[in-house]
Write a protein that binds this ligand. Structure first.
Ligand SMILES: *[C@@H]1O[C@H](CO)[C@@H](O)[C@H](O)[C@H]1NC(C)=O
Ligand SMILES: *[C@@H]1O[C@H](CO)[C@@H](O)[C@H](O)[C@H]1NC(C)=O
Ligand SMILES: *[C@@H]1O[C@H](CO)[C@@H](O)[C@H](O)[C@H]1NC(C)=O
Ligand SMILES: *[C@@H]1O[C@H](CO)[C@@H](O)[C@H](O)[C@H]1NC(C)=O
Ligand SMILES: *[C@@H]1O[C@H](CO)[C@@H](O)[C@H](O)[C@H]1NC(C)=O
Ligand SMILES: *[C@@H]1O[C@H](CO)[C@@H](O)[C@H](O)[C@H]1NC(C)=O
Ligand SMILES: *[C@@H]1O[C@H](CO)[C@@H](O)[C@H](O)[C@H]1NC(C)=O
Ligand SMILES: *[C@@H]1O[C@H](CO)[C@@H](O)[C@H](O)[C@H]1NC(C)=O
Length: 660
C-alpha cells in the first residue's frame, strides 16, 4: 500500500514538523503574564540557602544594572526561606535567621524598587530543600497559604512538587506518581483565584504527567522538563523535550524551560547566547539565575550584555506570542534550525552549531518558509543585510547560535524577476532552491500582462508553446537539492515572477516494510501512530525494517528529501543530571548508504496515564537522504550504530515519505 500525501505544500511541511491536532486549549484567565514573565530567582546560584542580604542586593542590582528597565520585573525567593513547622495558628512563616526583617518587609523593599515580589512553595508536605533542614510544604493548606502570601504582598508564586506523592509515602521526588499532580495544582489555582490580589502562578512539576496537556488551565507557566543543570549538555536535553510541545504556548500560558544559567560562569559566552536565544524565542519565562550582585561577586559585563539584549528580549515579549518550533536537524553535520513568527510579518530563526568548533553555517530560508528577506538582522554577529535571497551564511562559535530576524519576507518558492538578470530575451534566475533532487517540481511563470498570440518559451533550453491570452504558464521543472540552482527562461515577453512548488511525495507506511531480527510491529491505540495506526519498534543493530521502493518512472537519481514518521517518548527525568538526552537515534540506509538521525521526543500526551504513554504520538523528522537511484531502491530503517551509543534501541518507526 502507498498513498500520496496531499496536504504538503512548499514550505508547509517544513513549518509544521509535528502533526498537531487543531484544538482549543483552556487557559487560566487571570489576565496575567500576557507575555512571558521576566525576573530573577535565587535558586540557580544560591540553591536553597537564600537570605535577606542577597535578595536585597540582587533586587537592587536588577534596577542598577538596567535589567528592570528591560522588563525583568520580578524578584523571587526560591526554596529555603521557611521553617520546619507552621506557626501555632497554622500559617507559614519565614526563617528569622535568614530574613530578620520578615517577609512583609521584604515584599515592601522589593515593591519600593518597582519590582514584583515572587514567593515559593510546594504542592507537597515539605518543600524542596537540598541540603537544608526540613521545611513544611503547602499541601492541604492551599487556601491559608495563598492568603498569607497575599498578605505579604506577593505578586508571583512558584509552586514546586517535592514530597508530594501520598501513595509512596511522600518521597523527595517521584517521577512516576500513581496520581496526577494536576489535582494538587488545581487546589492552589482555586486558592489563588479566591484572592483579591493577582498572583502569577508558576507550576513546577518538572514536566511529570505532560503538564502542557493540563497546566494551561491552571497556571500561567509550567515547567516542561527536569531541572536545568550546570553543564552545557542540559541545553540540548531541554530543547529535545520542548520540540513536540512548543505549540501549547500562548499569551497567559507559557512553557517554562527553567531558570537561566547566563552569568553563572558555567557556559562559554557563545553557549550563553545559544541558551538565551532559544529560551527567548520559545517564549520561556526569562528568569535570571545568576548572582547579579552580592558581597563576593557580580555578574560579568559580557553575560550582562546578553541578558540586556533588546532585540532578543523583544522576540520573547513579542505581541504575537507564538513560540518558535523545531524545524530541521542535520545530525551528522551537527547543526539544527528553530524558527517562529513575530509580529509585523517578521520571522525569528536560530541556527545552532552543535559542534565543538567554530565554523561557518548556512541557513536556507525555505527551511523556515521564506525565500527572500528585505532585511536580515544577525544579532550576535551584529550585522544587518538587505535584500538577501534564498540563503544566509555567517560565522558561528562552538555551541553558538546564529540568531536572525528576517523582515520584509516573501514566501518560500516565489522569485521576482527583479532578482534575475536579463540579456536580450533570456532571463536568468539564480539562487533557486531545491529541497530534493527531482524533475517534477512545478514551475509557474507569471507575466505582467496576458500574452498576445501564441509564442514560444524555453525553460532551461526546453521549448514550450505559450497559448495566446495566457498570463501564467506552468511546466515541470528539474532541479537538484541545492540553494544555488540556475534557471533560464527565454521568451519574447519578460516574466515578472516565478512560483516553484515541491514535487509530489509518496508516503510508505511501516506496514509495507519487512521485519528482520529484533524488530517487531505493534498496533497502536485508536487515533495514534498517525497516519498508520501501528509502528515498528525494537530497532537495533540486529533488527531493522526494509522495503524496496520503486521510483516514479522518470525520477532523477540523487539526494531526496524524506520525512521520517517516528515515536520517541524516552524522557530524561531521573537521568537528567547524567546521561539523559531526550533523543533516540535512527538510521536510514538507501541502497547501502547509511545516515544517522538523532530524533527529539515526539510525545504530546501523558507519559504516565495516556493511551500509549506518549509512545504512540507521531513526530515528523525531515532529512535529506543520499543514495537514491532510478528504479528500485532498497530502504532499510534501523539503528545500525546502536552499539556505539547510550541506548541500543532506536526510535519507533511509523512510516516515511519521499519527495520524488
Ligand atoms: C547570605 O548568603 C550569602 C551567600 O550565600 C552569604 O555569603 C552570607 O553570609 C549570608 N548572610 C547571612 C546573614 O547569612
Ligand atoms: C516540626 O516538624 C517536624 C517534621 O518536619 C516534626 O518532626 C516535628 O515534630 C515538628 N515540631 C513541632 C514542634 O511540631
Ligand atoms: C498567625 O500567626 C502569625 C504569627 O505567628 C501572624 O502573623 C498571623 O497573622 C496569624 N494568622 C492568622 C490568620 O491569624
Ligand atoms: C483539594 O482540596 C480538597 C478540599 O480541601 C481536598 O479534599 C482534596 O483532597 C484536595 N485534592 C488534592 C489532590 O490534594
Ligand atoms: C552560485 O551560482 C552562481 C551562478 O551559477 C555562481 O557564480 C556562484 O559561484 C555560485 N555560488 C555558490 C556559493 O556556489
Ligand atoms: C529488495 O530487493 C533485493 C534485490 O532484489 C532483494 O535482495 C531484497 O531481499 C529485497 N528486499 C525487500 C525488503 O524486499
Ligand atoms: C509528476 O507528478 C505528477 C503528480 O503531481 C504525476 O502525475 C507525474 O507522473 C509525475 N511525473 C513524473 C515524471 O514523475
Ligand atoms: C546516538 O548516536 C551517537 C553516535 O553514535 C551516540 O553518541 C549517542 O549516544 C546515541 N544516542 C543514544 C540516545 O543512544
Amino acid at each position: 500500500m502507498s498513498f500520496s500525501w496531499a496536504l504538503l505544500a512548499l514550505g508547509g511541511f517544513l513549518s509544521s514538523v509535528y502533526a498537531a491536532p487543531a484544538e482549543l486549549t483552556r487557559r487560566l484567565d487571570n489576565g496575567l503574564a500576557i507575555t512571558p514573565p521576566m525576573g530573577w530567582n535565587s535558586y540557580n546560584h544560591y540553591s536553597c540557602s537564600p537570605n535577606q542580604s542577597v535578595i536585597h542586593s540582587n533586587a537592587q542590582a536588577l534596577v542598577d544594572l538596567g535589567l528592570k528597565d528591560r522588563g525583568y520585573s520580578f524578584a523571587t525567593v526560591d526554596c529555603g526561606w521557611t521553617l520546619p513547622n507552621r506557626t501555632a495558628n497554622g500559617s507559614l512563616t519565614w526563617n528569622p535567621a535568614r530574613f530578620p526583617d520578615g517577609y512583609f518587609a521584604l515584599g515592601d523593599f522589593i515593591h519600593s524598587l518597582g519590582l514584583g515580589f515572587g514567593v515559593y512553595s510546594d504542592a507537597g508536605i515539605q518543600m524542596c530543600m537540598t541540603g537544608e533542614p526540613a521545611q513544611v510544604g503547602g499541601l492541604f493548606h492551599e487556601k491559608q497559604d495563598a492568603e498569607t502570601f497575599a498578605s505579604w504582598g506577593a505578586d508571583l508564586l512558584k509552586y514546586d512538587d517535592c514530597y508530594s506523592e501520598a501513595a509512596t509515602g511522600y518521597p523527595n521526588t517521584d517521577y512516576a506518581p500513581v496520581v496526577s499532580p494536576s489535582g494538587r495544582y488545581a487546589n492552589m489555582t482555586a486558592a489563588l483565584a479566591s484572592l483579591s490580589r493577582p498572583i502569577v502562578f508558576q507550576i513546577c512539576d518538572w514536566g511529570v504527567d505532560f503538564p502542557s496537556a493540563w497546566a494551561p488551565a491552571l497556571g500561567n507557566t509550567w515547567r516542561i522538563t527536569n531541572d536545568i543543570i550546570p553543564a552545557y549538555r542540559t541545553i540540548p536535553r531541554i530543547l529535545n523535550q520542548a520540540a513536540p510541545q512548543t505549540d501549547f504556548a500562548g499569551p497567559g500560558r507559557w512553557l517554562d524551560l527553567d531558570m537561566l544559567e547566563v552569568g553563572n560562569n558555567i557556559f562559554t559566552i557563545p553557549e550563553e547566547q545559544t541558551h538565551f536565544s532559544l529560551w527567548a524565542i520559545l517564549k520561556s519565562p526569562l528568569v535570571i539565575g545568576a548572582a547579579l550582585k552580592d558581597t563576593y561577586t557580580s555578574i560579568s559585563q559580557s553575560s550582562l550584555d546578553i541578558l540586556l539584549n533588546e532585540n532578543v528580549i523583544g522576540y520573547n515579549q513579542d505581541s504575537l506570542g507564538v513560540a518558535a518550533s523545531f524545524k530541521r536537524r542535520w545530525t551528522e553535520e551537527g547543526y539544527e534550525v528553530w524558527s517562529g513568527p513575530l509580529s509585523g510579518g517578521r520571522t525569528v530563526v536560530a541556527l545552532i552549531n552543535l559542534e565543538d568548533s567554530a565554523r561557518e553555517l548556512t541557513l536556507n530560508f525555505p527551511d523556515v518558509g521564506v525565500q527572500k528577506a528585505a532585511s536580515v538582522k544577525d544579532i550576535w554577529n551584529g550585522v544587518t543585510s538587505t535584500n538577501t535571497l534564498t540563503s544566509y551564511t555567517a560565522a558561528v562559535q562552538a555551541h553558538g547560535t546564529i540568531l536572525l530576524e528576517l523582515g520584509g519576507t516573501t514566501a518560500a518558492g516565489t522569485y521576482s524577476a527583479s532578482d534575475a538578470t536579463t540579456s536580450g530575451q533570456t532571463t536568468t534566475f539564480t539562487k533557486i532552491y531545491g529541497s530534493t533532487t527531482s524533475n517534477n517540481y512545478s514551475l509557474t511563470i507569471h507575466f505582467s500582462s496576458a500574452i498576445e498570440g501564441t509564442s514560444t518559451i524555453q525553460i532551461n533550453s526546453t521549448p514550450y508553446t505559450l497559448p495566446a491570452g495566457s498570463s501564467t504558464f506552468t511546466a515541470p521543472l528539474s532541479i537538484s537539492e541545492a540553494n544555488n540552482n540556475t534557471l533560464t527562461i527565454t521568451s519574447s515577453t519578460t516574466p515578472s515572477s516565478l512560483t516553484i512548488s515541491e514535487p509530489p511525495s509518496t508516503f510508505y507506511p511501516s506496514t509495507s516494510f519487512s521485519l528482520s531480527g529484533s524488530s517487531s510491529r505493534t498496533s497502536c491505540s485508536a487515533g495514534l501512530c498517525t497516519p498508520v495506526g501501528s509502528k515498528i519498534g525494537y530497532l537495533t543493530p540486529t533488527g531493522s525494517a526494509s522495503l524496496n521502493l520503486t521510483s516514479p518512472s522518470t525520477s532523477l537519481a540523487g539526494p531526496k528529501f524524506v520525512n521520517i514518521y517516528f515515536c520517541n517518548n524516552d524522557i530524561a527525568l531521573s537521568t537528567s543530571w547524567t546521561t539523559g538526552t531526550n533523543t533516540r537515534n535512527m538510521t536510514v540506509s538507501v541502497n547501502g548508504v547509511t545516515q544517522r538521525m538523532e530524533v527529539p521526543l515526539s510525545g504530546r500526551s501523558s507519559e504516565l496515564f495516556s493511551p500509549g504513554l506518549g509512545w504512540e504520538d507521531t513526530g515528523v523528522f525531515g532529512v535529506l537522504v543520499d543514495g537514491f537511484k532510478e528504479g528500485v531502491n532498497e530502504v532499510v530503517v534501523g539503528n545500525a550504530y546502536g552499539n556505539e551509543g547510550l541506548v541500543s534501541y532506536g526510535a519507533d518507526f511509523v512510516g516515511l515519505e519521499v519527495l520524488w
